[in-house]
Design a binder for this molecule. Structure first.
Ligand SMILES: [Zn+2]
Length: 350
């Protein structure tokens, strides 16, 4: 079964990622840091409605990961909330304080998970939680897969340091999603108060660009060693970029120093969803990948194209994704193979 993933937005202003198994209408939200109305608006570009959300899985309880405006919608739509067992009482307390009697019934929708114990928020979708250092209570990253031998994704945000087991567990994933929060010099020189800088950079806050880059390279090195270079990630998505203390140009420049990262890199944005990222099981296929970013024009994101061709050239399949006009429209195109005559005219057979 293949996985489809779309980051609805990422940063201190809210985090939420939608995940589904291809062909299944129900979806999982990983974090719900935007209220339901804002989430519905972002989802509209992806073809998913709020009613299709079957479960929400929380990395931790900070307000940019769980917005309590969700409570009424969660109860109305009977959406299951997966939350670490140690965080359940804090979640209930937070919700009771902010929603009062409107939170009636919310507790029955909570399904606790335990570190390192797999659980299935959707039929066939398996999550393996990994504990991460973040503030006093910590956060959780996940290895997510859709069945045995299926495509896998590694997701980790809000971590002050990279545990060795994260490198180990994320080796071989098809989609690698990791936060790259701040540039150390920009953080140091910002007008943020000392205690905030200390919290962010102190090992229990967020990852700097350099720490994230080192972690991604370590994951890729381990992947090459244990799974072979054909199993390097097909997408690498950088999450939770600080608007005040980071710079997308600097970030891209740093990560593109590694030729394995450059062609598969996506920077998640705070205000614009990514295109659907699709993961098929099996080794990566060779093909063409095109990244396009136009500034100031109508197209504001990335398009990717992949061409798969059988060994004897008898079958060809092209797939493209284009997210345009600030996510007002998401267009997916499936091209049937052009006939040989047409391909020859376009020089495709050369
Ligand atoms: Zn956060």
């Amino acid at each position: 079964m293949s996985l489809e993933v779309c980051v609805l937005g990422s940063g201190s202003g809210g985090n939420s990622t939608v995940i589904r198994c291809r062909g299944v209408s129900e979806v999982l939200l990983l974090d719900a840091g935007f209220g339901p109305r804002a989430t519905a608006k972002r989802l509209s570009a992806t073809g998913v409605s709020l009613e299709q959300i079957r479960a929400i899985c929380l990395t931790h309880l900070d307000s940019d990961h769980f917005n309590t405006n969700w409570v009424a919608t969660v109860i109305k739509l009977s959406i299951r909330i997966h939350c670490h067992a140690d965080a359940v009482s804090s979640l209930l307390h937070q919700v009771a304080r902010q929603c009062g009697p409107k939170a009636e019934g919310f507790d029955r929708l909570i399904t606790p998970f335990a570190t390192a114990t797999d659980f299935e928020p959707l039929p066939g979708l398996r999550l393996h939680p990994i504990h991460l250092h973040h503030d006093e209570t910590g956060s959780h990253g996940f290895v997510i897969s859709a069945g045995h031998d299926a495509a896998r994704l590694g997701y980790a945000t809000d971590l002050g340091q990279v545990p060795a087991q994260l490198i180990e567990k994320f080796a071989g994933v098809d989609l690698l999603m990791l936060e790259s929060n701040y540039d150390p010099a920009m953080e140091e020189n910002s007008d943020r108060p000392y205690y905030l800088k200390a919290r962010i950079m102190g090992g229990s806050g967020h990852l700097s660009n350099d720490q994230a880059f080192a972690a991604v390279r370590a994951i890729l090195d381990r992947t090459e060693k244990h799974h072979g270079p054909q199993n390097l990630p097909r997408h690498i998505v950088l999450l939770h970029r600080s608007r005040q203390c980071n710079c997308p140009i600097l970030l891209r420049k740093l990560f593109q120093r590694d030729a394995r990262i450059k062609p598969v890199l996506t920077l998640a944005e705070q205000s614009t969803p990514t295109a659907w990222l699709r993961l098929q099981s099996g080794p990566a296929c060779s093909g063409a990948q095109l990244s396009l970013e136009l500034h100031g024009g109508r197209i504001s994101s990335v398009s990717t194209a992949l061409t798969l061709e059988s060994r004897d050239g008898s079958a060809k399949y092209g797939e493209g994704l284009l997210l345009c006009d600030h996510a007002h429209a998401l267009r997916q195109e499936h091209h049937a193979p052009p006939d040989r005559q047409q391909r020859r005219r376009h020089g495709d057979d050369q």
